[in-house]
Design a protein around this ligand. Structure first.
Ligand SMILES: *Cc1c(COP(=O)(O)O)cnc(C)c1O
Length: 228
């Protein structure tokens, strides 16, 4: 069951990359496993999925410390500064850095674990009051501060566009994030010049996101079904 669903999603990803003249391996699927059981995660793993996204630290801690498969874990929730140490220890990538204080703390704790923290900057591309993320016009300053003050590797940008019932409504926001990332890339501000991550698109709109340049799509319910 879950293998079939995963296969369908991977096929949709493949078609979206073909439509937009991209290679299949330019997009990775982040299986968003928040509030999903270990059993379902295990099923996904047995069908070949290795990259997972989690939002809640306490929940993630149980899953990740029990992970014997050495899976890859991305943190995609809001990070409080008092939890930065735990997040740095548990996760391979933190996708939701939106202030310098968090980057400093992640850097400090990752250093103590002997690793260089890989992060994405979360951008509030729709300028929504209730959403986290740095505003587009403040993103360059944050990126420069992270570069100056930490050893974190800024691999790219992440966003959640304003909610809509129509996936096509997300397109202009996805495009805005891509254009912003291109501006910053032109200034050589990302950790890598040739592989800049764009984490955008969820269950409803991931194919639109891929058409607009997503390299990471975060899919939860479309893969696992309704959350507990
Ligand atoms: C929960 C969540 C997702 C997955 O949402 P679905 O609609 O279930 O695919 C993706 N990104 C973030 C940041 C989330 O919190």
């Amino acid at each position: 069951m879950l293998c079939d669903t995963l296969e369908k999603i991977n096929r949709k990803i493949e078609h979206a990359t073909e439509r937009s003249g991209r290679t299949r391996d330019s997009v990775r699927l982040v299986a968003v496993s928040k509030r999903q059981s270990m059993e379902k995660i295990g099923q996904a793993v047995s069908c070949g999925q290795v990259l997972f996204g989690e939002n809640y630290l306490q929940e993630a801690q149980e899953k990740i410390t029990g992970d014997k498969n050495r899976l890859c874990w991305h943190f995609i929730g809001h990070l409080q500064s008092n939890k930065a140490g735990l997040a740095a220890k548990l996760f391979d990538v933190i996708e939701t850095v939106d202030r310098i204080k968090i980057a400093r703390l992640l850097d400090k704790h990752a250093g103590q674990c002997g690793k260089k923290m890989e992060i994405l900057l979360q951008v509030n591309i729709g300028r929504e009051k209730q959403k986290h993320g740095v505003l587009p016009e403040h993103t360059e300053a944050l990126l420069r501060a992270v570069l100056q003050e930490t050893k974190c590797k800024v691999c790219g940008l992440m966003t959640m566009p304003p909610w809509s019932v129509h996936p096509e409504d997300s397109r202009t926001y996805f495009r805005k994030l891509r254009l912003l990332s291109e501006q910053l890339a032109d200034k050589g501000l990302f950790a890598s010049q040739d592989k800049i991550e764009l984490s955008m698109g969820m269950s409803a709109d991931y194919t639109v996101a891929i058409e607009e340049g997503a390299t990471l799509v975060r899919v939860g319910t479309a893969l696992f079904g309704k959350r507990d």
